[in-house]
Design a protein around this ligand. Structure first.
Ligand code: C2E
Ligand code: MG
Ligand code: MG
Length: 434
């Protein structure tokens, strides 16, 4: 069977055969394979039904076929189509935007029209490429686009790296975790109004032997790909609960914010695991999640986050402003705090645009009864401006870098006397420290 019965498009196998024929008969010019996936397809299918979803997929296929360059299109997954065309990298670039624009238009389905978001992955091949490999690379590019929260992505072997090397690093990471080579550092968050520190963000550190070419952010991303993020998060929560108790002994009632990967939030046993790890102290944790985490599997994530919130865990939206969600979209989530991404804070005092964005985000968040945290506060001028704008909580190198537990205790002792009066003296104190 070479045709998908529901949409009339080719099957993956048939597309692969046509691709192999074209590679065999094409001379010097390259071949470009693309895959286009519908975002939030589960959600859309739940809303409009399976048949209308099939109509959408078929509509996208027809739109691709309407382009002169494209002669073959297949349905390769319930929500994904793929096709190819002959050309060079300049044409690939041109087609990236043309395809994306074409897919954005409204699609007619029985009962009305609908517009869907698509993500497109591309892979560039030539005479020596294998059809299967090119298709796989285009599928990987779709995944890379989604992981990077981009609409289009061209597969790059160097960025993808070698799978064996990545697996090697992950087994090293597992060993390091067991051997006690990891630590959590805590970055203080200052309440703008009072200058008090009531919360800290826990950030993972590989204290010895970390492969230097990878940052913590990149290691986390790798761990999400291999499933190791589960071990890491378990470890981090256990460590944080332990450190919270140590802080209590020192007389500090501090909330610890843990970064939670989207993958975990979407798992069925996520809540059971959190309860197991946090017990009756779970409410001392705060959870940081990102926009991407939410949008990938919104239904499951929503249920889990609601349960987590019911257990007393405050939920923050991390890196806000880097994705596509609007405040009106996230106001239905049990989120009590927005963390504006560092990129808007870094140049706050040097540009005209960022203060406008930050100011209006603060005002909108307050209208929705959410607190606002600014991260990446690196100097006194930014600190002062954010406070004047009504930002609730400030975090960044200007206040303190992420600190090992013992240094956090020293920091808390030093700021203790100053906090709770007002932040004028705190600002002076912090400025003197620099
Ligand atoms: P994030 O959650 O947005 O964390 C903030 C990052 O900004 C941290 O980088 C922190 O060290 C850095 N930072 C804080 N203040 C400043 C500043 O004033 N200037 C600049 N330039 N940077 C500042 P880090 O520790 O490298 O972490 C990177 C990312 O890795 C985190 O971004 C988070 O997404 C992830 N991550 C870290 N630890 C964990 C963890 O335990 N679990 C999970 N799932 N993700 C983690
Ligand atoms: Mg964070
Ligand atoms: Mg962040």
């Amino acid at each position: 069977m070479s045709v998908d019965e529901q949409t009339g498009l080719l099957t993956r196998l048939a597309l692969r055969d046509r691709l192999a024929d074209t590679i065999a008969t094409t001379d010097d010019i390259g071949i470009i394979v693309f895959t286009a996936g519908i975002e939030r397809h589960e959600h859309i299918r739940a809303m409009i039904g399976y048949e209308a979803m099939t109509e959408i997929v078929s509509g996208l296929g027809q739109r691709a076929l309407a382009m002169d360059e494209i002669t073959h299109v297949a349905r390769i997954a319930p929500d994904t189509i793929a096709g190819f065309f002959v050309g060079d990298s300049a044409l690939a670039n041109d087609m990236m935007s043309r395809l994306h624009l074409g897919f954005e238009e409204h699609t007619k389905v029985t009962g009305g029209t609908i517009s869907v978001d698509t993500t497109i992955g591309f892979a560039l091949g030539g005479r020596k490429s294998s059809a299967e490999q090119l298709l796989q690379q285009a599928e990987l590019a779709l995944g890379q686009a989604r992981a990077n929260w981009r609409r289009t992505w061209l597969f790059s072997q160097s960025e993808y790296g070698s799978p064996e090397k990545k697996l090697g690093i992950m087994s090293e990471l597992r060993r390091g975790l067991e051997a006690g080579e990891f630590d959590l550092h805590y970055q203080p968050q200052v309440q703008a109004r009072t200058g008090a520190v009531k919360s800290v963000e826990a950030l993972l550190r590989w204290t010895h032997g970390r492969p230097q070419q990878f940052s913590i952010g990149q290691l986390i991303e790798l761990a999400e790909g291999t499933g190791d993020i589960r071990h890491i998060t378990r470890w981090a929560i256990q460590r944080a609960m332990h450190d919270i108790e140590a802080l209590n002994w020192e007389g500090y009632d501090i909330r610890v914010a843990i970064n939670l990967s989207g993958q975990l939030i979407c798992e069925d046993d996520f809540i059971a695991e959190m309860i197991e790890l946090g017990g009756d102290q779970l409410h001392r944790l705060q959870a940081e999640i990102t926009e991407t985490a939410m949008l990938r599997n919104p239904d499951r994530a929503l249920v889990n986050l609601q349960k987590l919130a019911e257990l007393g865990v405050e939920i923050s939206m991390d890196d806000y402003g880097t994705g596509y969600s609007s405040l009106s979209q996230i106001q239905n989530l049990p989120i009590t705090e927005l963390k504006i991404d560092q990129r808007f804070i870094k140049n706050l005092t040097a540009t005209n645009r960022d203060p406008l964005i930050v100011r209006s985000t603060i005002d909108l968040a307050h209208a929705l009864e959410m607190k606002i945290v600014a991260e990446g506060v690196e100097d006194a001028a930014t600190y002062a401006l954010l406070k004047a704008m009504g930002c609730d909580i400030l975090q960044g190198y200007f206040i303190a870098r992420p600190l090992p537990l013992e240094e956090l205790v020293v920091f808390l002792k030093d700021t203790d006397g100053i906090a709770a009066k007002n932040d004028g003296p705190l600002l002076n104190f912090l400025t003197q420290l620099k």
